[in-house]
Design a protein around this ligand. Sequence first.
Ligand code: ADP
Ligand code: MG
Length: 218
Amino acid sequence: MTEWMLSESEGYDLLSKYGIPTPKYRIVTRAEDAGSAAEAIGFPVVMKIISPDIVHKSDAGGVIVGIGTKESAQSAFNQIVANARAYNQNADIHGVIVENQAAPGLELIIGGKTDPTFGKVITFGIGGTLVELMKDVTLRILPIDEDEIRKMVTDIDSYPLITGYRGSKPKDEECLIQIIKNVCKMFEDQKDLREFDINPIRLYDSGACAVDARIIMD
Ligand code: ADP
Ligand code: MG
């Protein structure tokens, strides 16, 4: 059983098929092409390394956000590739993904894994860089119905961040529920899908956008 990881763009394509919003993107393999790719997407953009050997892209200096001009897109390309090489000189580098920068939002994680005893398990919680720190996640064994998904969302300690806390507006909980439902459908449909993390998905007053996808297939 050999496992393999989808690239971020392949991950986005799979999520899109299940109605999960993802950034517009282009893939470039030369610095000269980064500016026009960024322009085609619309500024600001985020650029990230594409390498099967680099799982945690920011640890490798492989993520640059807030790129606002063609020139900075070109230099970001060179910087990202140089950082990735310095991080792991043997890394196989496939290029750089240029994607539209999603608005700030509440960063959540939706994950899945295949447990030898329980089978497919879905996790949900606070995401982004806080995920290890907070360990505020809930877990369910598939299949689950919508009621159970609702409970899963209300179960996290940080649930007040979703309903609106100290003056922050309530987030789009209904959208989140539908997204988790779609993620569960994806996980159940895709027989070869072993494990994944959508970390983070940004949740807004209205709508949401996944801004990273790590998907492992068998
Ligand atoms: P890593 O592999 O390190 O997890 P990510 O793709 O998650 O890399 O990027 C790191 C962080 O950069 C994310 O947690 C998010 O806050 C921010 N980020 C990544 N992509 C985007 C995007 N398209 N729009 C806005 N912010 C982004
Ligand atoms: Mg991430």
